[in-house]
Design a binder for this molecule. Structure first.
Ligand code: KIV
Length: 264
């Protein structure tokens, strides 16, 4: 299989083919995922929780993400690799550009930022400087203290409408991919239909153009509790390679996530 690019993902959206993605943090797992044909991998700031044992993602630094991006890139040549911009690493223009440069030079193909229309200029500036950007709306974990916990977002119609508008604004600013986390399926459907870029969901139902899971959740080895929106593919198969293949085939068939793994 050749290298996955943003145009591969655009074509998949147009053809109605589901995109499979997963977080990765090291070369060995990245190699397993890459060999299985995983379309997208994310070096998520979730590493603060699943690797470092913190209770949220806020302590993660840009150097942590850059280090793990280098590791994943060594194991995965074909996947489209996204690296998370951690908490406060894109608070000012200067920080944004120098931190994004670190991640791109570490081997990322795209960086991900969390938030709505306040990021318009940040995204425009990155895109103008040849840094592809992925947006992230819904339960954005860097805002856990504003939300008062890891809670489903967009349940009331005003907030839902606002999120649809933010998605359109982010697309206008230049994002080429959007992650939706922990929102009602109906809202995820409305957002996926409102934008032309591929949309990847986690806890957003099976209506988006693809899915992403934290690898530890998909393998049932999370530090702490496995979230409702995940499924233990390792327990179902008893083998890591088979678990990855099952996750991807269930996403591709539209069987994962089912209603029991979604918020309605
Ligand atoms: O950090 C992360 O792993 C993420 C995914 C949950 C999308 O942002």
């Amino acid at each position: 299989m050749s290298r996955i690019t943003v145009s591969t993902l655009q074509k998949m959206k147009a053809a109605g083919e589901k995109i499979s993605s997963i977080t990765a943090y090291d070369a060995s797992f990245a190699h397993v995922f890459d060999e299985a044909g995983m379309h997208v991998m994310l070096v998520g700031d979730s590493l603060g929780m699943v690797l470092q044992g913190h209770s949220d993602t806020l302590p993660v630094s840009i150097d942590d993400i850059a280090y793990h991006t280098q590791c994943v890139r060594r194991g995965a040549a074909k996947t489209l690799l996204i690296a998370d911009m951690p908490f406060m690493s894109y608070a000012t223009k200067e920080q944004t550009f120098s931190n994004a440069a670190k991640l791109m030079q570490a081997g990322a193909n795209m960086v991900k930022v969390e938030g709505g229309d306040w990021l318009f200029e940040t995204i425009q500036g990155l895109v103008e400087r040849s840094v592809p950007v992925c947006g992230h709306l819904g339960l954005t974990p860097q805002s856990v203290n504003v939300f008062g916990g890891f809670k489903v977002q967009g349940r009331d119609s005003e907030k839902a409408q606002e999120m649809i508008e933010h998605a359109k604004q982010l697309e206008l600013a230049g994002i080429q991919l959007l992650v939706l986390e922990c929102i009602p399926t109906e809202l995820a459907k409305a957002i996926t239909e409102a934008v032309n870029i591929p949309v990847i969901g986690i806890g957003a139902g099976n209506v988006t153009d693809g899915q992403i899971l934290v690898m530890h959740d998909a393998l049932g080895i999370s530090f702490g509790k496995t979230p409702k929106f995940s499924r233990n593919f390792l327990a179902e198969t008893g083998d890591v390679h088979k678990a990855v293949a099952l996750y991807m085939s269930e996403v591709s068939a539209g069987n994962f996530p089912s209603d029991e793994h979604s918020f309605n």
